[in-house]
Design a protein around this ligand. Structure first.
Ligand SMILES: C[S@@+](CC[C@H](N)C(=O)[O-])C[C@H]1O[C@@H](n2cnc3c(N)ncnc32)[C@H](O)[C@@H]1O
Length: 325
């Protein structure tokens, strides 16, 4: 246990069992400082499509298009207002993308390349728009992806929320498991980091656990003792196959990765959301560090693992407590 963990009382944990889109639509605007999302990777199978198709903005007057683009991320206004240039008749269709036509064009181009990705993004997009609505003005969104999605997702996220909201691309590198001899073995994940307001986001590098220098002999003993601040490339083992941390949930992420994220981008008492919660790593780490966590998953196995991992959590939905807190 680190000093920062022992100093604070554990935060509350609320677990929701259900489809995340249904649950997050009921949560209040701008109510989370940190949102971490680790969606299932694109499996190549078509996914559920819960998206209305946006109308072309070709008929939008140029002045209104400019207004839409200039507005950038629309803070905590209701979703319909965020997407729709004021004074335009949209025929009741929610226009998606904070950047209107540019977003639709990029999305259309990517669809032409890869319709499997389009299915994936069709699933993710409405959830990302909700995440953006839920993010506080000083909040940060971490989107954890693998190499198959990361580059498409970066381009789409830039168009969706604004390139100026992009903060970092984190590379989590690990070295475990079989290695192909036919290409460079892929042993990393990508985490895209976006902030709601580039001028007002919370980031505390002093709160982050430091790591050993690769060449400690090149720095003073004091520096070597203190360790160095992690960069945007994180070497970290996967969850050990034996040991305290392992829950048995197949896609469980290491606590060390989440701890850095929670330490840097939230304060004790802040609210943290993970609506692809799985084994609940985000909630377990956030609570230990004194943050209040809201977790969502639709898989009963995930709910069972989270219950055991966080006995102090309250569970809502399905056969659990029925009311939303
Ligand atoms: C990659 S796993 C997350 C693993 C997690 N980060 C951890 O450390 O254990 C993705 C999770 O999203 C959940 N999920 C996928 N689609 C969902 C949906 N529409 N609503 C709620 N949960 C969903 C899956 O059940 C799965 O547990």
């Amino acid at each position: 246990m680190t000093g920062s963990e022992s100093a604070v009382a554990p935060g509350s944990v609320h677990i929701h069992h259900g489809d995340n889109l249904d649950v997050i639509r009921s949560l209040a605007d701008a109510s989370f400082t940190l949102i971490y999302l680790d969606p299932p990777f694109n499996t190549g199978r078509p996914q559920e499509r819960a998206v209305e198709t946006a109308r072309s903005t070709a008929s939008v007057p140029p002045a209104a298009r400019g207004q839409l683009a200039d507005e950038g991320a629309a803070g905590s206004r209701p979703l319909g207002e965020q997407m729709t240039p004021r004074g335009l008749d949209t025929g009741g269709v929610v226009r998606r993308g904070f950047h209107g036509r540019e977003y639709e064009r990029i999305r259309g181009d990517l669809r032409a390349y890869d319709d499997t990705f389009d299915d994936y993004w069709g699933f993710l997009e409405p959830r990302l728009l909700e995440a953006w609505r839920l993010l506080a003005d000083d909040g940060t969104l971490y989107l954890h992806l693998d190499y198959r999605e990361a580059h498409y997702a970066k381009v789409l996220m830039d168009a969706l929320v604004g390139r100026d909201r992009f903060l970092n691309e984190l590379i989590w590198a690990y070295d475990y498991g079989a290695k192909t001899r036919k290409r460079w073995p892929t042993k990393h994940d990508t985490i895209l980091v976006y902030v709601k307001d580039p001028k007002a986001y919370w980031f505390d590098s002093d709160a982050v656990d430091r790591e050993p220098y690769m060449a400690p002999g090149l720095v003073t003993p004091e520096k070597a003792e203190r360790g160095k601040l992690p960069t945007d490339v994180w070497w970290h083992t996967i969850v050990p196959t034996t040991g305290r941390e392992k829950t048995g949930y197949p896609t469980q992420k290491p606590e060390g990765i989440l701890r850095r994220i929670v330490q840097a981008s939230s304060r004790p008492g802040d609210r943290v959301l993970d609506f692809f919660a799985g084994s609940g790593t985000t909630g377990a780490v956030a609570s230990t560090l004194g943050r209040d966590a809201v977790l969502v998953d639709h898989n009963p196995a995930a709910i069972a693992v989270m219950r055991e991992r966080m006995p102090h959590a309250r569970v809502f939905g399905m056969e659990h407590e029925q009311t939303l807190p």
